[in-house]
Ligand binder design. Structure first.
Ligand code: FAD
Length: 341
């Protein structure tokens, strides 16, 4: 059975079948709605049902509460239509023609960048093109239908490989393999590119890049893309980690700041380890942004890292620093819903 789906802003009308998520129906019609995990966990796709009824689908109970459902909210990555619908989300943009593919790849290089961070380079098949936008992510496709998401850390131009920065999760199904049994020349399968976290190039607003831990990965892709494309919009990177080892590519970010007048780098450590020499900033990384830039009205923010950091930044920047809601772009590093049982 098929229904009519009207999407605001813009009054786009598309068809949606009853077993298709609203996000997928929009994508099939060439429309990109804000989203990230596509698993009902991160909340990036949350929007309003203005008219009609939905099945809310499988989602994290904290990500969409009963109160939010009663207030007309739904997660468009897992909600399906049960009638004709009118929905509203923060932004609707035209998806470009970059196809989402399922491809094999071969492990090319593994570098331990910190005790719990592996930089993994995987070689793309020579016979296939794989296009993506800087900042997007892929899902590794694993045994038993499991999927694990990782952001692409390199820029797209001329890429014959993908770089991923993988933090080891204690007892994690996939990341434990990366740190124990995985070796160069292993074959993996992935699906991508995914997500709406990428640089909006139609704006000239100055940018705050906010990274927590391996949230640096997609930010690196975006900065390398800016450098390669001659984009010179002012960008300030605030990169937070617990300790100095967590800033595993500190010198690379510092070198960008040396080489490009439009780029600034502010590293921030949250733990105070007396034995560790550190003359830089301390505290919560999103607080450092607020201390330096109490008025974010004219900025765009691109934030990536732990969900708690993303939530705090979104709330504090929009409430206390006048950042417009539609100028905050984020990928929260949530984990798969099936591993939360
Ligand atoms: C869009 C997106 C992009 C991502 N990009 C990256 C990236 O570039 N680099 C990166 O390191 N991670 C990234 N993540 C997070 C990453 O996908 C998860 O940490 C990963 O799936 C863990 O897989 P696992 O099989 O090892 O752990 P699982 O077996 O899935 O998890 C085992 C248990 O560990 C805990 N856990 C798992 N992951 C996390 C987490 N991230 N934080 C806190 N607790 C956790 C949970 O309690 C879970 O039950 C991203 C997530 C999303 C949604």
């Amino acid at each position: 059975m098929s229904f009519q789906l009207t999407i605001l802003p813009g009054d786009h009308v598309v068809a949606v079948s009853e077993d298709q998520t609203l996000l997928d129906a929009a994508a099939d019609a060439g429309l990109l709605l804000p989203h990230s995990c596509r698993d009902g966990v991160c909340g990036a796709c949350k929007g309003k049902i203005l008219d009609g009824t939905v099945d809310y689908g499988k989602h994290g109970p904290q990500t969409l509460t009963d109160e939010e459902k009663a207030a007309g909210l739904a997660l468009f990555c897992c909600a399906t239509a049960r009638s004709d619908l009118t929905i509203e989300c923060r932004t609707v943009s035209r998806a470009d023609d970059i196809p989402v593919k399922k491809l094999p790849c071969r492990v090319q290089e593994m570098t331990l960048a910190a005790p719990d961070v592996m930089i993994l380079k995987v070689k793309l098949p020579a016979t296939e093109t794989f296009a993506f936008r800087a900042g997007q992510y892929i899902d590794f496709l694993l045994a038993g239908g499991k999927r694990r998401s990782f952001s692409i850390a390199n820029a797209p131009a001329g890429a014959d490989h993908l770089e991923l920065h993988i933090r080891q999760v204690p007892d994690g199904f996939f990341t434990s393999q990366v740190f124990s049994t995985m070796k160069v020349r292993d074959i993996l399968r992935f699906e991508g590119p995914l997500g709406s976290f990428f640089l909006r190039e139609d704006s000239d607003k100055p940018i705050v890049l906010l990274a927590g831990g391996t949230g640096f990965a997609p930010i690196k892709g975006i900065v390398e893309h800016a450098i390669a494309s001659g984009i010179t919009r002012p960008m300030t990177l605030y990169w937070g980690a617990r300790d100095r080892a967590g800033l595993y590519l500190h010198d690379m970010a510092a070198a960008w700041a040396q080489a490009h007048a439009w780029f600034k780098f502010v590293p921030v450590l949250s733990d105070n380890i007396p034995s560790e020499p550190w003359t830089g900033r301390r505290g919560l990384v999103h607080q450092a942004v607020m201390d330096d830039l109490p008025d974010l009205a004219g900025h765009q923010v691109y934030a990536c890292g732990a969900p708690i950091m993303i939530d705090a930044a979104r709330q504090d920047f929009t409430r206390h620093c006048a950042l417009p809601d539609d100028a905050f772009f984020a990928d929260a590093f949530t984990y798969a819903l099936e591993s939360q049982a």
